[in-house]
Design a protein around this ligand. Structure first.
Ligand SMILES: [Zn+2]
Length: 188
């Protein structure tokens, strides 16, 4: 007989045949008990939200993190945070650095005159506070900074030529992927 988690598989039926009546009854009782426990365990597990809900939450988390980056840019340049309005994210990628993983993003924001500007932002991966924003800066048409991480996975993502970002400077793989987390603490 062999068993694996979540399923009982009986390979040696001959052995089962040799059990006497009471042992066989005991075995079936144990099997019923085990299955009842497994079903109860499954029914207590919280149901995962549908994929479209997870995608919506992920987009909302990304949007909020970029609003933090944009506000950080405004504060560091003595602007009012109301001077800039986040519009949409264009590209996003995770890259490796010497000490941490970083998010690289291109997003569009518009000023009070309504003119759209493409920004580059680098933030610590999974962090949403202003001190986690390494760099947030508008891009010029001529900007074409090098990034090994985005070169491989997000070739359209543009970086400032003058640098200032910490991730993607060396050709090191980033071993993580951004998960469709259903952790909604960030939405509070
Ligand atoms: Zn990059």
């Amino acid at each position: 007989m062999s068993s694996i988690y979540g399923e009982i598989t009986i390979n040696d039926f001959d052995t089962l045949q040799t059990l006497d009546g009471s042992a066989l009854k005991e075995f079936h009782e144990f099997q019923d008990f085990w299955l009842a426990c497994a079903e109860r365990h499954m029914s207590l597990r919280p149901k995962s939200p549908p994929p479209e809900e997870l995608m919506k939450r992920k987009q909302e988390r990304n949007r909020k993190s970029l609003v933090v980056a944009l506000n950080t840019y405004a504060k560091r340049n003595n602007m009012q945070i109301t001077d800039l309005e986040f519009v949409e994210e264009k590209e996003r990628n995770l890259v490796g650095g010497v000490a941490a993983g970083y998010v690289h993003s291109n997003f569009v924001a518009k000023g009070v005159d309504g003119r759209p500007t493409l920004f580059f932002a680098e933030m610590l991966h999974g962090c949403f506070l202003q001190e986690h924003v390494i760099l947030c800066t508008p891009l010029e048409d001529t900007d074409s900074g090098c990034c090994f991480g985005c070169n491989q996975h997000a070739r359209k993502l543009r970086h400032p030529t003058c640098g200032g970002y910490l991730g993607g400077l060396e050709d090191v793989p980033f071993p993580y992927v951004e998960e469709d987390s259903d952790d909604d603490c960030f939405l509070d």
